[in-house]
Write a protein that binds this ligand. Structure first.
Ligand code: MN
Ligand code: MN
Length: 306
């Protein structure tokens, strides 16, 4: 589409994702990119509220053609930048309600949704909206952390450490096809991983990943997910802080940029119904390297649909 072909210089103009048209008119739209500038449920370093804006800014450098997937997603799909969810910083339930409402509006219009966070708590209302439309979903969850705690704070069931526990409790995830990939780092004890596995997560820790090859991991995902409807959630802290320092709870010894690109490309052909990319914190970034990676990962997501 003409308005997503990059006529202007990448450093000129106003930043929408990939220079897609900013509109909430979903007529004829294939994919809506949605920002969720919310970071009130982070447990350590904040700043992910600035993630969507930084990723959009870096996305202006994306050229249109994907040489790894051999597609030009901005040409073959009608992509719009829907803007940001109207978040409520002191009220996570109100924020989640706003996210679910906006996501459902987009999905009900027959569009697919690519969401840029924001902290990882936002995946819960996104999964609610997608599961409402599609039923329980296969999930590929890239993260250094399982995010399956029952709570991080007394009487607080919602935060960025709990979304997948809540999602499983609510029946949003098909636990026969729920992958956690890249898990690593110190925890409170062995119970954190054991609890995730008991809930049904098929955990491929970073150590597991290192002892296998990438093709083998991708093959397992493809076999287990099969033709199921798949939701993909990518916490940027799955990537090593040497490649992605701009995040709130960094864990050393993670994936390289190239490995996460290849893992995402390995999902090609699966029945993916939604993506989110979370936990980019620009105040802790350096030279934009984390948001550049995030913009490219979002481009790989779009390319999977192309
Ligand atoms: Mn994480
Ligand atoms: Mn996470």
């Amino acid at each position: 589409m003409a308005d997503a072909v990059f006529a202007a210089q990448p450093y000129a103009g106003i930043s929408t994702f990939g220079r897609a048209t900013h509109t909430t008119d979903l007529t004829g739209v294939d994919v809506a990119v949605l920002g969720v500038p919310y970071d009130s449920s982070t447990s350590y370093r904040g700043g992910t509220r600035f993630g969507p804006r930084a990723i959009r800014e870096q996305s202006l450098l994306l050229w249109g053609y994907n040489n790894a997937q051999h597609v030009a997603p901005f040409r073959s799909l009608k992509v719009v930048d829907y803007g940001d969810v109207d978040v409520v910083p002191p009220d996570i339930k109100a924020t989640h309600a706003q996210i679910e409402l906006t996501a459902s509006r987009i999905l009900d219009a027959g569009c697919r949704l690519l969401t840029l966070g924001g902290d990882h708590s936002i995946s819960l209302p996104l999964l609610r909206a997608h599961a409402k439309k599609h039923g329980p979903l296969a999930v590929v969850h890239f993260d250094a952390h399982p995010d399956t705690w029952d709570s991080e704070y007394p009487q607080q069931p919602y935060s960025h450490g709990t979304p997948f526990k809540r999602a499983i409790d609510e029946g949003l995830i098909d636990t026969a096809a729920y992958f956690q990939i890249g898990i690593r780092g110190p925890t409170n004890g062995p119970q954190d991983y054991a609890d995730a596995i008991t809930l049904g997560a098929r955990m491929i820790t970073l150590d597991d990943f290192r002892t296998r090859n990438l093709a083998d991991v991708c093959a397992e995902i493809r076999t287990v997910v099969g033709t199921k409807r798949l939701y993909v959630t990518l916490d940027i802290d799955v990537v090593d802080p040497a490649f992605a320092p701009g995040t709130g709870t960094p864990e050393v010894g993670g994936l390289t940029s190239y490995e996460i690109l290849q893992l995402v490309r390995g999902l090609r052909g699966l029945n993916t119904v939604g993506f989110d990319l979370v936990e980019v914190s620009p105040p802790y970034d350096h030279a934009g390297i984390t948001s550049i990676l995030a913009a490219n990962l979002a481009f790989e997501f779009l390319s999977l649909w192309s």
